[in-house]
Write a protein that binds this ligand. Sequence first.
Ligand SMILES: Cc1cc2nc3c(=O)[nH]c(=O)nc-3n(C[C@H](O)[C@H](O)[C@H](O)COP(=O)(O)OP(=O)(O)OC[C@H]3O[C@@H](n4cnc5c(N)ncnc54)[C@H](O)[C@@H]3O)c2cc1C
Length: 327
Amino acid sequence: MKRITIIGGGASGTLTAVNLLRNSGEGPLTISLIEKRTEIGRGVAYSTDHDLHFLNVPAGKMSAFPDDPDNFHQWLLSNGFDYAASDFVPRKLYGRYLRELLDDAFANASPNAVINIINDEPENIVFEGDTANVILRSGEKIASDKVVLAFGNFPPPHPSVPDLRFTEQPKYIRNVWEKDVLSVTDKDDAVLVIGTGLSMVDVALRLNDSGHKGPIYVISTRGLVPSVHKLGFNYEQFNDTLLKFERITDVLKEVRKHSVASSDQDSDWRAVIDSIRPATQQLWIGLPIAEKRYFMQHLSRHWNSARHRMPPQVAERLEKNEDGRRF
Ligand SMILES: Cc1cc2nc3c(=O)[nH]c(=O)nc-3n(C[C@H](O)[C@H](O)[C@H](O)COP(=O)(O)OP(=O)(O)OC[C@H]3O[C@@H](n4cnc5c(N)ncnc54)[C@H](O)[C@@H]3O)c2cc1C
């Protein structure tokens, strides 16, 4: 009997359960999927119900299965959502897709496979020989052969300033994914967003869409906002070359060289960035710690802006609001 406990039922936890069920064979398997939110599959990214909160990757590239790359797009079509593979679709649909994948995987799994979905939070893990006992808030104890930690990103820290009294104010939000910005703002409030990545974009869209009239200020160390997607270009991979480098500045030079070359080849720098996606994990793991530090300090914001892009319709919406205010 295999007993696998997964803590966190967002995208990673749900997909771990799906893949375990799909590959469980005939042997006995008990999966305990523990999620503190009420819904499985949604996590932070896919819990939003806002229609303008889009996936930042086109539907045709969001399949849950690398060996079935059109799976998400086909799911959309078979559920009556008439999107092209190149469309950016609302994130809430992706949460529904993940949940349905789990239901399907369970329906098609061997009768010896069991999944328990538990709405709770672990308080402790106590080891007894080879068994890890996951103790939940409710007091329940789940004996496990393996425990998968899939609880996503930790909440952002407070700004690192000496006087933190402002964090006790009701209009201060530390984690915008736990407290809705609309719940603490009046229509004419000036809003300051610290950070200029995709979460800031979501906040600005949510405010604008609610008819917010006050100014929205956004601030970050480099002032870089996400780049805008430009679809329809490909670029030949050069990952074998990248994986030989031990210095991040050499990686940067190579990527820059190809970005410049891309325009001579009727391509686009964004396709260059996308072409290195399959190698980024290996590249990161292979870098010495000092090079990782250098990347985090000097290059990560540029990378985030180039890599985590926004759909064109979102950029247009931010660029010019309906009442003519500019972002
Ligand atoms: C706003 C936003 C938009 C994004 N958009 C995209 C996108 O368009 N495309 C893309 O590929 N990626 C996107 N991402 C990245 C996205 O986060 C990852 O793709 C993926 O959802 C991460 O999955 P995860 O399971 O690691 O984390 P999450 O999906 O956040 O799941 C973690 C889960 O663990 C639960 N949990 C945490 N602690 C506990 C605990 N102690 N006990 C029980 N449960 C716990 C949480 O409630 C949550 O449900 C986005 C991220 C954000 C924040």
